[in-house]
Design a protein around this ligand. Structure first.
Ligand code: ADE
Length: 224
């Protein structure tokens, strides 16, 4: 899988890919991530990529020309299955969307900035619009990093233990059960005895029960 991220501030998004699981996935060549500075595709000497809104109003709008140029140059090299625009008015990101995207070949992610992109970009170039929550950030870079992390950890071989992504919260519409590690007793706080019993079946049933209980209490909206 290859992810191409287009941004006016590529520096802002590079660091999460230089550490931990994402870096390991890139080093192991399980994923290729490339960053593209939209300003490199501007036609003016000033490398201008935004302009005033038609009709008036505060805030600049990202122009269609450099975005089209950048996307076209990528599409010339290879096929892309999705061109995603990060925007607070997009479809809310959830585990199902991340699962689906982790199965794709190549994707492009466009990060919005200022007042967003010219509507014609959304109408003619974008295949999916994704939000990471009902709040507005200064740009699409951090949301793009969140999206990439949620996708990349699902790619086979990225996580050490193949099953650990499958037992994440939301994978089966349930929150994950509580987990414990050593010491088994800390001050007055004890690990539930069943986890120390060695009885795999009973532990599995206990975890299922706790996952249901947690989901019912904390997220009644997804508890069915
Ligand atoms: N850009 C700014 N805010 C955003 C959000 N909440 N989700 C996705 N992209 C954004």
């Amino acid at each position: 899988m290859r992810i191409d991220i287009i941004s006016v501030l590529p520096k802002l998004i590079e660091s999460p890919f230089n550490a931990s699981i994402l870096k390991r996935a890139i080093d192991k060549k399980l994923i290729e991530v490339n960053f593209h500075d939209l300003k490199d595709y501007a036609s003016s000497k000033r490398r201008q990529v935004d302009d005033y809104q038609f009709g008036g109003g505060s805030g600049m709008v990202m122009m269609i020309e450099p975005i089209k140029k950048c996307i076209d140059s990528l599409k010339k090299e290879r096929k892309y299955e999705e061109v995603i625009y990060m925007t607070p008015d997009g479809e809310m990101l959830n585990q199902k969307i991340s699962n689906k995207l982790s199965l794709k070949g190549n994707i492009i992610i466009l990060c919005g900035h200022y007042k967003g992109v010219d509507q014609r970009v959304r109408d003619s170039l974008i295949t999916m619009e994704i939000s990471i929550g009902d709040y507005v950030l200064s740009g699409g870079e951090l949301p793009a990093a969140v999206l990439c992390d949620s996708i990349i950890r699902l790619i086979p071989g990225v996580l050490g233990n193949e099953t650990s992504a499958l037992t994440d919260s939301f994978q089966d519409d349930l929150l994950a059960p509580p987990v414990y590690t050593r010491p088994s007793s800390f001050e007055n706080l004890d690990v539930p005895e069943i986890l120390l019993s060695g009885d795999k079946l009973k532990i599995e049933l206990w975890r299922e029960e706790k996952a249901l209980e947690r989901t019912k209490n904390l997220r009644p909206d997804i508890f069915d």
